[in-house]
Structure formats: structure tokens, C-alpha cells
Design a protein around this ligand. Structure first.
Ligand SMILES: *Cc1c(COP(=O)(O)O)cnc(C)c1O
Length: 359
């Protein structure tokens, strides 16, 4: 039988989370962000559950092409616009809406002679200093975009640097700047990512851009999705392929990092960093074996992990192992791996099989 290392993708949870966005932002339209293969959850498995989103958003042309190949006709926004002007032809063929964040992109459109779609999204920098035209260039940029043949609407966008830290004052300053910059410009407003959707209804405006929360994951470091009324979409599972007795004083795994302080039963599960389970996970991080909370003992290898079975003494080879998802928030594992949950779900490798559940 094939190696049983699986990412289960829960369609009902995804639908529930989209409903949660709607309930939180009832007056806004929802852009479902599905970049990076739906944050590692796989576009083909997720798009059916997102059919009631108002629009999809991706980072790259290839991601947009994949949406069209799947036969999905929702409006699609390229969050970074096109990078090379040759790509305007493709964007046009695929009927993609563009973010315009730089004056060079306006020049490219003027040379091209039209925009791929009648709606464009002008991104202004309000303080994150990553993408966006400067405030003083916004009015002219807006005017030039509206002057392109076929363009009917130019919406106004900005992105927050730290909406996930609700106590901070940068978000407030960014909103003030945004409102000042766009005061005399026509178009709908779009500011909020998941953190802003959850933190402050004043940030919702005409459109919200929901990413991580759709997948049931909290953008805040001190809360998990469940605390926010979200349900995990991905559950990553494997099984025990061996159980060994290790005597007190012996070591486990590469680098002999873990030393047994007592006689132990150690379970070996078929998953490792070659599957996307992070090597940076520390000893003691939780793992569910047969539903019991056990803990990591020893370094993560490419293909395997080793687990202290003290809390599951009756486990047998073949017992189900949950790395994260239902019953064990991925946010918890991210904290034990010194990263954010966004990175963990995006880094599942091609070796892992995916399966849709609750369709
Ligand atoms: C990825 C992205 C989002 C979604 O952010 P989340 O924190 O996942 O909700 C929103 N806006 C832009 C511009 C993005 O690149």
C-alpha cells in the first residue's frame, strides 16, 4: 500500500470560513485570496467551495492561468499586476484584472493601448513601503488609468504592514493617509486582509481581501482559528510505521539531540521535512497519536519523525498520527517551529497526497 501521508482538505470548513468573512463584513464584497496554490491547500480542491466569493486574487500569472484552466469564470485580480509588459497579452486573454502599483505599469498599459479588463485596482503606498504608488502620484495615476480606452472603473487599494498587532498605531496612520490620498478620487476601496477583517470593522470598506482566515487559520500570534470562529481546512496526517523501546540514557535521532531520561516507547511516523513538516520543530512539540496528545522527541528527518508515546501506551504500528489540523491547530506547531502558520501550509511538498473531504 502507498505511504499514508495525507493532507485532507475540508470543503465544508472552507465554506464555513467564507461565511464567517461574510458575517464579519456584511456590507463588503469578498475577494478570496488563493495565491500559492490556495495557501498550499490546492486550488483545484478549494475553488469549488469558494464559488460564492465575489472575486479571486492571486500573485502570479501562472496561478491565474490555473484558475482559468479549471474552468472558473470568477473575476480574478493579479495582486502584483503584470511584471513584464509582454504579459499584458496573456492577462488580456485570461480576462484578468490588474493591480497597478507602479508608474512603469501605467506606461506599459499606455503603450499596449488598453487595459485587459474595464476595472483596474490602483494601489497606493500608505506606509508599508513594499508596493504602491506614492501618495503624491496617486491622483495623476488614477487619471491616466481612467483615460485608457475601455477602462470604466479604477478602484483604490492599500495594504497594512501590521494589522495583526491590533494595539499598534501604524494601521491607524495608514488609514488616515489612505483617506487623505483618495479623498477626491472615484472608485471603490479595498484595504483589509484577514487580520484587519477580524480586528476592526472600520477597515472593511467596499471590498475585503480574505486569505489565511479562509483556511481556518488565525493571523494573530496569540489566538488560533477556533478562537475566532474558524474551522481548520487542512488536516495533515500520517501513521506509525514502527514502535521502539528506548532505554533511559540512550539518544534518539540525528545529532543525538534528544536523550531519554526514562525508558520510553518511541513511535516513528512516516512524515518529515521532505513532506513539509518543518525541521525546526522543537522537542516537546505536540503530535496526536490515535487522538492522544503526544510529543516530539528528536530531530525531524526527511522522511520520519520520532514521538514519545507516553500518553498513548496502547498505540500500535499503523496508528493514525495528526501533525496539524482538526484537534491540533497548525498555529501551535508554527509556534514550536519558530515560524507562522502561513509558511507551514504553503510548504507541503508534492510527495504528500491530497484528498477532499466533506464535499
Ligand atoms: C496575501 C495578501 C492578502 C491576504 O492576506 P491574509 O493575511 O492571508 O488575509 C491580502 N492582500 C494582499 C495584497 C496580499 O498579498
Amino acid at each position: 500500500m502507498a505511504r499514508n501521508t495525507l493532507a485532507q482538505i475540508d470543503s465544508a470548513a472552507l465554506k464555513h470560513n467564507l461565511e464567517r468573512v461574510r458575517a464579519l463584513a456584511p456590507r463588503s464584497r469578498v475577494m478570496a485570496v488563493v495565491k500559492a496554490d490556495a495557501y498550499g491547500h490546492r486550488l483545484d480542491l478549494c475553488l469549488p467551495a469558494l464559488e460564492h466569493a465575489d472575486m479571486l486574487a492571486v500573485a502570479t500569472l501562472e496561478e491565474a492561468r490555473a484558475i482559468r484552466r479549471l474552468g472558473n469564470g470568477l473575476p480574478v485580480l493579479l495582486l502584483e499586476g503584470v511584471i513584464h509588459s509582454d504579459d499584458l497579452v496573456v492577462a488580456s486573454d485570461l480576462d484578468l484584472e490588474l493591480t497597478i502599483h507602479h508608474l512603469d505599469q501605467i506606461r506599459a498599459l499606455e503603450r499596449f493601448g488598453r487595459a485587459p479588463t474595464s476595472r483596474l485596482w490602483l494601489k497606493v503606498d500608505t506606509g508599508m513601503h513594499r508596493l504602491g504608488v506614492a501618495g503624491e502620484d496617486a491622483a495623476l495615476a488614477h487619471q491616466r488609468l481612467l483615460a485608457l480606452p475601455g477602462v470604466e472603473q479604477v478602484n483604490l487599494v492599500s495594504h497594512f504592514a501590521s494589522a495583526d498587532e491590533p494595539g499598534g498605531d501604524l494601521t491607524g496612520r495608514q488609514v488616515e493617509r489612505f483617506d487623505r490620498i483618495v479623498r477626491n478620487l472615484e472608485g471603490e476601496h479595498c484595504l483589509a486582509n484577514s487580520a484587519a477583517i477580524l480586528a476592526d470593522s472600520g477597515l472593511h470598506r467596499d471590498w475585503v481581501r480574505a486569505g489565511i482566515m479562509l483556511y481556518g487559520i488565525s493571523p494573530f500570534s496569540d489566538q488560533c482559528g477556533k478562537d475566532l470562529g474558524l474551522q481548520p481546512v487542512m488536516t495533515l496526517t500520517s501513521e506509525l510505521i514502527a514502535i521502539n523501546h528506548v532505554s533511559a540514557g540512550e539518544v534518539i535521532g540525528y545529532g543525538a539531540r534528544f536523550r531519554a531520561e526514562r525508558d520510553m516507547h518511541v513511535g516513528v511516523a512516516a512524515i518529515g521535512y521532505g513532506d513539509g513538516y518543518p525541521r525546526s520543530v522543537a522537542d516537546g512539540a505536540p503530535v496526536l497519536v490515535d487522538g492522544h496528545r503526544c510529543s516530539m522527541a528528536g530531530r525531524v528527518s526527511m522522511d520520519m519523525i520520532t514521538i514519545d508515546l507516553e500518553n498513548c501506551p496502547d498505540a500500535r504500528v499503523g496508528a493514525p498520527v495528526t501533525l496539524w489540523g482538526r484537534g491540533l491547530p497548525v498555529e501551535t506547531i508554527a509556534a514550536h517551529a519558530d515560524t507562522i502558520a502561513y509558511e507551514l501550509v504553503c510548504r507541503i511538498t508534492r510527495r504528500v497526497r491530497y484528498r477532499s473531504i466533506n464535499i
